[in-house]
Design a protein around this ligand. Structure first.
Ligand code: FES
Length: 165
C-alpha cells in the first residue's frame, strides 16, 4: 500500500484482511439462508395443485349414469363451457375441458391400441386421461382438468385445474 493511501485509509493490513473475510462469510451466510428459504418456499408451493380455480359446485350426473369405459358431455362452469366426464375402464372418474387446445374442436373419449385417451378428430390430436397432457398431434397445451367430487351417489364439478398455459 502506498503512503498516501495509508494516510487516507489508516487500516492495518491484518485488519483489512479480517474485514474482507468477515464480509465474505456474511455473504455466504446470507446466500445460504436465501437458498434455504427459497427451497422451503418451492417445496411448499409443490404441495398445491397446479393453478386450481374454484367455481361454484355444480352437479353433473348420478354415479350410476356412467358405466366403465364411457363418457358424458356437460358444461361447466358456465353454459357452453364444454367439458367431458369419463369413467375409465378401471372405474375412476376424471373430467376435462372438452375444447382441444389446438383449434377448439371438441375432444372425444376413445380407446386406441388399448390406451384410453381424449381424441381430437380435427387434426389427430390426443390427450392423456391421467393429466390432460398432449400425447399426440398439434395441440400446444394440455387440456385443463375439471375437479370433480363424488357426493353420495352424485358427481359434482367443483373447479378447474389449468394446464401449463
Ligand atoms: S383442433 Fe384438435 S388437433 Fe387441431
Amino acid at each position: 500500500m502506498n503512503d498516501k493511501l495509508k494516510e487516507d485509509f489508516p487500516i492495518e493490513w491484518e485488519d483489512d484482511h479480517f474485514v474482507t473475510r468477515r464480509e465474505f462469510f456474511k455473504f455466504l451466510t446470507l446466500a445460504s439462508g436465501g437458498i434455504a428459504v427459497g427451497t422451503a418456499a418451492l417445496a411448499a408451493y409443490a404441495q398445491f395443485p397446479r393453478d386450481e380455480i374454484k367455481f361454484e359446485a355444480a352437479r353433473i350426473c348420478l354415479t350410476d349414469d356412467l358405466k366403465p369405459g364411457s363418457a358424458l358431455a356437460f358444461s361447466y362452469p358456465r353454459p357452453g363451457d364444454l367439458c367431458i366426464l369419463v369413467r375409465k375402464q378401471d372405474g375412476e372418474l376424471v373430467a376435462f375441458k372438452r375444447r382441444c387446445t389446438h383449434l377448439s374442436c371438441p375432444v372425444e373419449y376413445e380407446v386406441k391400441n388399448e390406451r384410453e385417451l381424449l381424441y381430437c378428430p380435427c387434426h389427430n390430436g390426443a390427450f392423456s386421461l391421467e393429466d390432460g397432457s398432449v400425447v399426440q398431434g398439434p395441440p400446444p397445451h394440455p387440456l385443463p382438468q375439471v375437479k370433480i367430487e363424488v357426493r353420495g351417489n352424485e358427481v359434482w364439478a367443483t373447479g378447474v385445474i389449468k394446464g401449463d398455459h
